[in-house]
Write a protein of this length. Structure first.
Ligand SMILES: [Zn+2]
Length: 80
């Protein structure tokens, strides 16, 4: 992921930037935040897209899977 400070692209496994030492945001945390923002604005399809990535990155998280199921059910109930 890209460093917010210097723009260097670091491998996802690093917690700190190899170039400047700034703390790198956990990709799951970032995606969860984006999914939440989309959900707030009722952009359910977009929120699902983000949650699918979260589940890919953290496949053993039951909480995240549940959230994804919840969003999918909501999308269905909207009839889209
Ligand atoms: Zn950096």
């Amino acid at each position: 992921m890209k460093c917010q400070e210097c723009g260097r692209d670091n491998a996802d496994r690093y917690k700190f930037c190899l170039n400047c030492g700034a703390q790198l945001e956990d990709p799951v945390t970032g995606l969860l935040k984006e999914a939440q923002d989309f959900e707030e604005f009722d952009l359910i399809a977009e929120a699902i897209e983000k949650m699918e990535k979260v589940v890919q990155l953290a496949p053993d998280s039951i909480k995240h899977r549940k959230k994804l199921d919840e969003l999918r059910a909501r999308l269905r109930s909207l009839g889209i």
